[in-house]
Every structure is written in structure tokens, then in C-alpha cells.
Design a protein around this ligand. Structure first.
Ligand SMILES: Nc1ncnc2c1ncn2[C@@H]1O[C@H](COP(=O)(O)OP(=O)(O)OP(=O)(O)O)[C@@H](O)[C@H]1O
Length: 594
């Protein structure tokens, strides 16, 4: 997935052939019109010669008229076939890119947490938009131009040989003189273009990060610094682009000079032949036209080559994404979870090391069981591994050793969708999508009725504030829920979990202090939710801890103490000292001091 590895050549575009071949009929139509347009172009010089040699020589008006009529017919044919070629080729490009975007998005959303630990979301989004756009333009214009020019160039060269083998031999002799320096130049131009493109990729990653964190940027007064940093990366990209443009401009000039210089030379030689009568003027005209066609198509080919090479890089990056296999996926022979669900969770000597942090285990030798309907509070200092425990239970990662079971089935043996349908999570950091409040509560359950959503909101103590919003449940929550307060967002998340009605509830209590009223409301909502469900709660508030049937105290990825509040206080260990800290501070938040 690393950008540096990406080669720049059009070859990877071939990997997209299966996508193109889904639309065989359109491809065939494009091919027909492509060939027709090229053939028509190649016929024009032929007509010109006959007219020069016969039409003018015979001074026959009707002959000239019929020739012009034919030329007009050719022009119409050229116009129609070019328009159709454009239509089909561009449409195929759009279609392929639409398919690619959909598939890449589907793939990416299916990838596991470990993939997103390593890859920046900004970079992936840029692939989804920038890389696919590049491929679209490659298909849409560059590929059709390349094909057209290859056909034209080969056709014109064949016609040159047919028209005058002698002059063609001369041209052939000149080709190496032109091509070798051009190839050399072309390489250095491509190298510079690549440098420019890489600089640009870094720029967009920085922009997307800064824009999505705009509140943090403002809060720390970092606008100027961020702008300055962005400006400097944009300027660096501009400088790199200018270097590339300069060498490209030079290359263009050089190519034109060499090509047309040679044509002038050949023309001069041909003119001598016409003068001494070894060639007709029409033949020379025809030859010159063919060589102009050949030269200009060659010139255009070199132009589109660069574009195709860039698209090749984009295609390679996208096919890497497409071939990425989720680390967490369904087993080949899934075991059904027992029905009806009991909601019994067990960790059996579980060990876990984050793939991105291999030097230390986040969880070690973790064993505990939560009986059906039991409420267990997990407490412990920051970094103890509490959130990791929930992530493992949701199977965002697989344990490195040991096993986690739900109702007696190893999580790795169950179907992912079935497993996750039995777990409802209220995370600490609630995600609110840029959609209506209704859709936010019904997230993951698009078929939920309006009444079911309302009932869930009532149970989550959220109905009252939602009803007071301008459009009630149809109010759009701003992007990431910026228009809602912390307590409101939490109650939306609780309503989401209530609607899901799963047998196991996972709560990651917010550390941020809610105001007293919000806290009471959130607590009331949770009490309703926790009834008759297995609940594992990462607890920060004393009220929650006291409500739990049992408390697990974690430190450095292990369970160091276990029991009820009274038992643990009496024991005088880590829990007792954490509790003492809190009582002295008189705070409602148990571990807030950590
Ligand atoms: N995605 C990740 N990649 C690598 N290491 C991680 C990742 N997430 C957490 N860790 C590390 O794993 C350890 C346990 O983290 P975890 O988030 O589970 O702790 P926690 O007890 O929930 O802490 P807090 O109460 O502060 O949220 C920490 O050392 C943390 O740095």
C-alpha cells in the first residue's frame, strides 16, 4: 500500500480490463467507430492527390465537383464516427470509474481495525477520488487518443510506404535521430512529474486532517501555522510541477523542431524529384500529408503516454486496495450462536498485542466470565487495556493467544454479522453522522419504524429534546453532530443501542463530566437499557460502579483485583487507593483523576 513502491507505467491499467470487459457491446462500438474515424482520416490525402493530379490537370469541372462531393461525404463520416467514438469511449470511462469507486468503497469499509491503524483515512479517501478521477481521464481521453493515434500512425506509415518507398526510406533513416533523444528526455520529464505528484499527495493528506480537526485547530489558535504549513507544501508541489513543466515544454519544442525539420528536409528532396519529373506533384502532396499525420499522431502519443503512466500508478494503488483482504472475516464453516441468546461472555487466557505496537502486550493472560444478565464494571488507570478489551469482544481484532467466547462459541468461529448483532455498544466518543436524528438512531437498522425509533428515544430520555428541535426527528444533525451537546449525543447513542436490542451491552463511559442534569438523564437511560442484559461497562463514575454486580480492576493489560466495591475497599489494593483518591477529591468521577 505504500506510494513509493508504485511504478509509473501504463501497464497496471491492464488490470482494469475485467471492468471494461463487462461492457463488451460498448467496447465493440467504440472500436468500430475508432477504426472508421482513422480510416476516413487516412483516405483524405488519397483524395487530395487524385484531385491534384487528375482534377486540375484535366480541368474537368464535373470531375472536381464529384470529388468535392466525395470529400464532403468523407468529412461527414469523419464527424459522425469521431462523435460516436468520443461518446462510447468517455461513457465506458465513466462507467468503469463508477464501478471502481463502488467496489473500492465496499472493500475499504469491510477492512478491519488493524488496516486503519496503519493507513491514514485521508489517503484512502484521496485514492477513492483522485486516483479514480485520473483513471477516468485516462480511459476517457488518453486511451482513446492513444488508440486513435496508434492506428493513425501505423496506417499513415503504411500509406507512406505505398505512396513512395524512396521517400519513406529517407524518413525511416531520420526516425532514430529523432526518437533516441526524445526517449531520453521523456524519462527525465516523467521522473520530475512523479516528484510533483508525490508532493501533491502529501498536501492533500495534510489538508484533510486539518479540515476535519477544525475545532482543535481553532481552539489552539493554530490556523496561521496550519495555513503556513499548507502553503509551504502547496508551494513545494508548485515548484516541483514547474520543474516538470519546464522540461516538458522543452521536450515539446524539441520534438516539434526535429519532426518538422525532417519533414521539411524530405519535402525538399521530394520537390527536387517533382522538378526532374520522377514524381507527380499529387504524390508528393499525398506523401507529405501522410507524414504530417504520422508525425502528429506520434507527437500526441508521447503526450498521452505521460497521462497513461500516471493513470497506471493510480490503477496500481487502487488494485492494491481492492486486493486487500480484511484481517477479520467470516470463518469458512461458521458455527451458529445458540438461539435464543443467553449473553454469556468469557475470556480464556486472552493475550493481545497490537500489530502496530509489537513491543508490548496490551492484554495479557486475561480470564474472566460474565454470566447472562450480569453487570460487570471494568475499572483501572488510563492505558490499562479497558478499551482494548471491548475492541476484542467486538472482534475488531483477534486475540494473539487464548480465546473469547460468546454463549460458548469462540468468536472466530461465529459469523461476524451474527456476532455483532448480539452486541450493542455505547462508545465514549459518540459518532453522529451527517443525517437526520431519525437516521442516526436507526443507524444499522434502516427498516426501523418511526414509532420504534421514538420509543427508543423515549427510553433513552432523548425524546424531549428531539421534539424541541426545529424539525423533530427529521432535523439534520450537523456533520459529526456538532449541533448537539455532549449529553444529547450520548443519549442518541443510547437510543441507538436500545433500538438494536442486543443481549450484550458494552458501555464505554464518558470521562468528560456531563452537567448534573445530563448525567442524571443519561444514567436513567442507561438503567433502562441495562435491565435483563449482560452489561460490561468501562466505568468512571462511582454511581455506575456501585450498581455493578462485580468489579474487575485492570492494570497493564491484566486483571489485578476482582470483587464488589465493599470487598475491594476492604482489600486495600489498587481499587481502594483509587477510591480513596476520589473520595478525598469529592468527585463523582471515579477515575477522572487518572
Ligand atoms: N490502535 C492501537 N494501536 C496500538 N496500540 C494501541 C491502540 N489502541 C490502544 N493501544 C495501546 O494499548 C494499551 C491499552 O490501551 P486502551 O485504550 O485499551 O486503554 P484504556 O484502559 O482503555 O485507557 P483509557 O482509559 O485511557 O481509554 C495502551 O498502551 C495503548 O497505548
Amino acid at each position: 500500500m505504500k506510494a513509493e513502491k508504485t511504478r509509473r507505467s501504463p501497464q497496471p491499467l491492464l488490470r482494469l480490463m475485467p471492468y471494461v470487459m463487462r461492457y463488451r457491446k460498448m467496447v465493440a462500438a467504440a472500436g468500430v467507430f475508432l477504426a472508421l474515424a482513422a480510416a476516413t482520416t487516412l483516405m483524405l490525402p488519397l483524395a487530395v492527390r487524385r484531385m491534384v493530379d487528375h482534377g486540375f490537370a484535366a480541368a474537368d469541372g464535373s470531375f472536381i465537383n464529384s470529388y468535392f462531393a466525395m470529400l464532403l461525404a468523407l468529412a461527414v463520416l469523419l464527424a459522425v464516427s469521431s462523435a460516436m467514438r468520443y461518446y462510447y469511449v468517455i461513457t465506458i470511462g465513466e462507467r468503469v470509474v463508477a464501478d471502481l469507486r463502488t467496489e473500492v468503497f465496499q472493500r475499504v469499509t469491510a477492512l478491519s481495525a488493524s488496516f486503519f491503524d496503519v493507513n491514514q483515512s485521508g489517503e484512502i479517501v484521496s485514492r477513492l477520488t483522485a486516483d479514480t478521477t485520473q483513471i477516468k481521464s485516462a480511459f476517457g481521453s488518453a486511451a482513446s487518443q492513444a488508440l486513435r493515434n496508434v492506428i493513425l500512425c501505423l496506417g499513415a506509415m503504411a500509406m507512406m510506404i505505398l505512396t513512395s518507398p524512396k521517400l519513406s526510406l529517407l524518413v525511416l533513416g531520420a526516425i532514430p535521430l529523432i526518437v533516441f533523444p526524445l526517449v531520453g528526455f521523456g524519462r527525465s520529464v516523467r521522473r520530475r512529474a512523479r516528484a510533483a505528484q508525490d508532493t501533491l499527495a502529501a498536501t492533500s493528506a495534510f489538508a484533510s486532517e486539518t479540515i476535519s480537526a477544525n475545532r482543535t485547530v481553532h481552539a489552539f489558535g493554530a490556523e496561521q501555522a496550519a495555513s503556513a504549513r499548507y502553503t509551504s507544501t502547496v508551494e513545494a508541489a508548485y515548484d516541483a510541477a514547474r520543474v516538470a513543466i519546464r522540461s516538458r515544454a522543452f521536450l515539446t519544442g524539441f520534438a516539434i523542431l526535429m519532426v518538422f525539420g525532417s519533414i521539411v528536409g524530405v519535402l525538399w528532396y521530394g520537390a527536387q524529384s517533382v522538378l526532374n519529373g520522377t514524381m507527380t506533384a499529387g504524390t508528393l502532396g499525398q506523401f507529405v500529408l501522410y507524414s504530417v499525420i504520422a508525425a502528429s499522431s506520434l507527437g500526441q502519443l508521447s503526450e498521452v503516454w505521460g497521462e497513461l503512466s500516471q493513470a497506471g500508478g493510480a490503477a496500481e494503488r487502487l488494485s492494491e486496495l481492492l486486493s486487500e483482504v480484511p484481517a477479520i472475516r467470516d470463518p469458512q464453516h461458521p458455527v451458529s450462536l445458540p438461539s435464543p441468546a443467553r449473553g454469556e461472555v468469557s475470556f480464556d487466557k486472552v493475550g493481545f498485542i497490537y500489530p502496530t505496537r509489537t513491543n508490548a502486550a496490551a492484554i495479557e493472560q486475561l480470564s474472566f466470565t460474565v454470566a447472562a444478565g450480569e453487570t460487570v464494571a471494568v475499572v483501572g488507570p488510563s492505558g490499562a487495556g479497558k478499551s482494548t478489551l471491548l475492541a476484542l469482544l467486538m472482534r475488531f481484532y483477534d486475540p494473539t493467544s487464548g480465546a473469547i467466547r460468546l454463549d460458548g462459541v469462540d468468536l472466530r468461529e461465529a459469523r461476524l454479522a451474527e456476532l455483532r448483532s448480539r452486541l450493542a455498544i455505547v462508545p465514549q466518543d459518540v459518532t453522529i453522522f451527517a443525517a437526520s436524528i431519525h437516521d442516526n438512531i436507526a443507524f444499522g437498522q434502516p427498516n426501523a419504524t418511526r414509532e420504534a425509533v421514538r420509543q427508543a428515544a423515549i427510553a433513552a430520555q432523548a425524546d424531549e429534546f428531539i421534539s424541541r428541535l426545529e424539525n423533530g426527528y427529521d432535523t439534520m444533525a450537523g456533520e459529526r453532530g456538532v449541533s448537539l451537546s455532549g449529553g444529547q449525543r450520548q443519549r442518541i447513542a443510547i437510543a441507538r443501542a436500545i433500538l438494536k436490542d442486543a443481549p450484550v451491552l458494552l458501555l464505554d463511559e464518558a470521562t468528560s463530566a456531563l452537567d448534573a442534569e445530563s448525567e442524571t438523564l443519561v444514567q436513567k437511560a442507561l438503567d433502562g437499557l441495562m435491565q435483563n442484559r449482560t452489561t460490561i461497562v468501562i466505568a468512571h463514575r462511582l454511581a455506575t460502579i456501585l450498581r455493578a454486580d462485580r468489579i474487575l480492576v485492570m492494570e497493564n493489560g491484566r486483571i489485578v483485583e476482582e470483587g464488589t466495591h465493599q470487598q475491594l475497599v476492604a482489600k486495600g489494593g489498587l481499587y481502594a487507593s483509587l477510591a480513596k483518591l476520589q473520595f478525598e477529591a469529592g468527585s463523582q468521577s471515579f477515575i477522572a483523576a487518572q
